[in-house]
Design a protein around this ligand. Structure first.
Ligand SMILES: Cc1ncc(COP(=O)(O)O)c(C=O)c1O
Length: 390
């Protein structure tokens, strides 16, 4: 009753918060909280960048109180975030602000897919992609992010391609595609003679350990007309804006008239759903990037090094203890590999009983090194291995 007839009434179950809560309530001194998806410092406190929040505090109350300048977003924010993310590397693009990276992903799907269409997701992936796909009644297909050969075989079978690529710093495996791997995908799409859309989710991009992590953008300047690139950008991780809700969708295609039409449709959709995004948040980013860029980057660099230290320790100890993980390049998470979800469940329960809290993924258990202090990472792989083998 009362629901629209086409409303998908499958019960929504939040997989993360019950575990996070159980962990919070556990008073055991040996507990490890690897459930968190935000960056925490060595004192177990969320990192809120000083430079970002100083810029926010410098805004006038009136600036925070005001509406944004419309659904297309504030021009100065669109300019500042484009310079920051794309760095003049892309020739033909348009952008629109969104409520977080989630808003950008939802917008992209809303624009391009309808009920029954196929969406291709990583087999081991951020769970919310499936949730969004369910909202739109899409047919979910999955690919092994480590096996591009089979991905291309899958793409061959489809009439229209819409693929989500979460690289660099994939959640939850920490994979980043090389320039050559990206080239292989883009070359294939350029020559596939059908509509092909890449939704490139770059939520964790700003924590790459690699100097050249944006080089693959160059490939987006050599697209055939059948290819559309949508970059979903999140301010949540880069600017410690998790709760503030700001992001951007970047749309890349050869045809500038099409780009204008696409953004126009996005703006109409924005107006009809959330209207416009947080004005104070956009103003903060403009102030930060235009006037405090160097300080902000050095503040963030410190945490990239910290993340690198944490991941090095954990990965090396996984190797030493024969703990099977998905090949990791960089990013917030490392994931234990399980081919069988029943075995994963057993392992998860054992770890839970021993006060080690992580997040269950399809064929994996995600360890949030983004929030585990170094002192707790030392010895963690050994503890995990002996618990799950016991
Ligand atoms: C892979 C991935 N993409 C996108 C997002 C969206 O982030 P938000 O909507 O908080 O900006 C997240 C958040 O955790 C994520 O893990």
């Amino acid at each position: 009753m009362f629901f629209a007839k086409n409303r998908n009434l499958k019960k929504y179950v939040d997989g993360i918060y019950p575990i996070t809560n159980a962990c919070k309530n556990d008073k055991n001194i040996n507990k490890v909280n690897g459930t968190i998806g935000s960056l925490y410092n060595e004192e177990n406190v969320i990192v809120a960048y000083k430079t970002v929040y100083q810029a926010l505090r410098n805004l006038s109350n009136e600036n925070i109180a005001s509406y944004a300048s419309g659904s297309f977003g504030n021009k100065d924010y669109n300019d500042a975030i484009s310079n920051y993310v794309l760095e003049d590397r892309i020739n033909n693009y348009r952008t629109i602000p969104t409520p977080g990276g989630t808003g950008a992903i939802n917008m992209a799907i809303n624009m391009c897919l309808e009920k029954g269409d196929s969406i291709i997701l990583p087999e081991v992936a951020w769970g919310n992609y499936k949730n969004i796909a369910l909202e739109y009644d899409l047919n979910v297909l999955t690919y092994d992010i480590y096996d591009l050969d089979s991905l291309l075989i899958l793409l061959d079978k489809l009439d229209k391609i819409f693929i989500v690529i979460n690289s660099p710093c994939q959640n939850p495996c920490g994979l980043s595609y090389t320039f050559e791997q990206w080239k292989r995908i883009v070359d294939y799409l350029n020559n596939c003679n059908k509509e092909a859309i890449i939704l490139n989710d770059v939520a964790y991009m700003d924590y790459s350990y690699n100097q050249n992590y944006k080089d693959y953008f160059e490939l987006f300047n050599h697209l055939n007309n059948n290819v559309l690139i949508l970059i979903a950008y999140s301010c949540s991780k880069a600017f410690s804006f998790y709760g503030v809700r700001l992001g951007s969708l970047f749309v890349i295609h050869n045809d500038k008239i099409f780009l204008d039409d696409f953004i126009n449709q996005c703006a109409r959709r924005a107006r009809a759903t959330y209207s416009n995004v947080n004005n104070g948040a956009m103003k903060t980013i403009v102030e930060l990037l235009n006037n405090h860029y160097e300080e902000y980057i050095s503040e963030k660099d410190y945490y990239i090094s910290l993340l690198k230290k944490r991941s090095n320790i954990f990965i090396n100890e996984c190797k030493d203890n024969g703990l099977d993980i998905y090949p990791y390049n960089e990013g917030f998470f490392v994931t234990l590999k399980f081919d069988d979800n029943n075995i994963r469940d057993e392992a998860f329960e054992k770890l839970f009983k021993e006060h080690l809290y992580f997040i269950k993924m399809n064929k994996g258990i995600r360890v949030g090194i983004c929030a585990i202090p170094i002192k707790d990472i030392y010895g963690l792989a050994k503890r995990i291995k002996s618990i799950i083998s016991g």
